[in-house]
Design a protein around this ligand. Structure first.
Ligand SMILES: *Cc1c(COP(=O)(O)O)cnc(C)c1O
Length: 415
């Protein structure tokens, strides 16, 4: 792989090799990451990238669309079948563009949206003031119940009655529990709002049936084919038939121009693979591994926000260990373990410091890690926590981390 690049751009080739080495030797535990199968890299690196195409199958603006129409239709049909959805749009370049398109389809600038607070686990595109969603729309947000640290459904209901939002958004980037989609759907529909579920993080778990599906309850569902779906780098939208035309025309020509055909091909493969038994078993193992990691970390005195996890990620409160998220994240990185610092509910620290870390198990599970490997990784994490300023100890942990990682070879024969 990359032989041509090696000859024509040695510097860039070297940097890619450097990243390859990091992916190979480290313990990857960032919750939004995963490793894609070789087919995804083949398709994303294929001649499909050469084709410019706008519109939808049967309604194109460029000639030469025969094969392209078949590919897009295949991807759409597979997405619909996988999730049991009426309609799918698989053109969004990312999860953020998917959300942008949904707002553009359903509401006007200045209309009110009600989403989860960013520092309680929501996403930038759910109305954050630094994001288009908080600038173009009037954003109101709900948070977590301070006792249970789970979504405060009563607060959603209260805010919905008070502000009459046009869209209520459920879905999160760092929330370790199932979400009661049925309950929020009732609140939304009583308030005359559309119900949007952004399942970016859990789309793979939903596809595999190990997480409740929002599709029966939501008017629109957005997702990414990265993260737990472990496929193409992009986004997609599912909706009821009544909204199909609005959603499609908001994506194109509303928000995007031409499609990324190499990514769309990879999405078609992603939706096929996510329906297989092999993939379902990986997702089942993801959930087992997350629970195992939570249990072992608790054994070392870390506190799990909400007391545990239902999905692929943990939110860990580091205060019982006397650490900040920033300290622990940096020390773990030196030890070859990548996580990210993350605000915990009612975090006393600033966003760049935080009291917590978010840990995800998708990537390592795809590599083949099981519960016993989680026990070992929790042990390494605890050694880092207990030796936060001890460079020697952290170096020792790194050696162990590389050993663990080498048990799970990545992309045999590449580079
Ligand atoms: C990651 C994420 C997105 C955005 O996806 P990108 O592809 O990074 O734009 C949207 N919503 C949620 C909840 C996410 O976690």
């Amino acid at each position: 792989m990359l032989d041509n690049l090696k000859n024509s751009d040695a510097v860039l080739h070297k940097y890619i090799e450097e990243e390859m080495e990091r992916q190979k030797s480290g313990i990857e535990m960032i919750a939004s990451e995963s490793f894609v199968p070789m087919e995804i890299m083949e398709i994303q690196g294929s001649i499909l990238t050469n084709k410019t195409m706008e519109g939808f199958p049967g309604r194109r603006y460029h000639a030469g669309h025969e094969a392209i129409d078949k590919i897009e239709t295949l991807g759409i049909e597979r997405a619909k079948e996988l999730y049991g959805a009426d309609h799918a749009n698989i053109q969004p370049h990312s999860g953020s563009q998917a959300n942008q398109s949904v707002y553009a389809a359903l509401i006007k600038p200045g209309d009110t949206i009600l989403g989860m607070k960013l520092d309680h686990g929501g996403h930038l595109t759910h109305g954050s003031s630094v994001n288009f969603s908080g600038k173009i729309y009037n954003s109101v947000s709900y948070g977590l119940n301070s006792e249970t640290e789970t979504i405060d459904y009563d607060e959603i209901e209260r805010l919905a009655k008070m502000h009459s939002p046009k869209i209520i958004i459920a879905g999160a980037s760092s929330y370790p529990r199932f979400i009661d989609y049925e309950r929020i759907s009732k609140i939304a529909h009583e308030a005359g709002a559309y119900f949007l579920v952004d399942m970016a993080h859990v789309a793979g778990l939903v596809a595999a049936g190990v997480h409740p599906s929002p599709v029966p309850y939501a008017d629109v569902v957005t997702g990414t084919t990265t993260k737990t779906l472990a496929g193409a780098r992009g986004g997609f939208i599912l909706c009821k038939n009544e909204l199909a035309r609005k959603i499609d025309s908001a994506v194109f020509p509303g928000v995007q121009g031409s499609m990324h055909m190499h990514i769309m091909g990879a999405k078609a493969f992603t939706f096929k693979r996510a329906g297989t038994k092999e993939y379902r078993e990986i997702m089942e193992q993801v959930v087992k591994n997350a629970k195992a990691l939570a249990k072992h970390l608790e054994g070392f005195g870390f506190r799990m926000v909400t007391g545990g996890t239902d999905n692929h990620l943990l939110l860990v409160d580091l205060r019982p260990k006397g650490l900040t998220g920033k300290q622990f994240d940096l020390a773990l990185e030196s030890a070859g373990i990548t996580v990210n610092k993350n605000m915990i509910p009612n975090d006393p620290e600033k966003p760049m410091v935080t009291s917590g870390v978010r840990i995800g198990v998708t990537a390592m599970t795809i590599k083949g890690a099981k519960e016993e490997d989680m026990a070992e990784i929790a042990g390494l994490m605890n050694r880092v926590a207990e030796n936060i300023d001890n460079e020697e100890a952290i170096k020792d942990v790194k050696e162990e981390a590389v050993k663990i990682s080498s048990r799970f070879p990545l992309y045999k024969g590449m580079l």
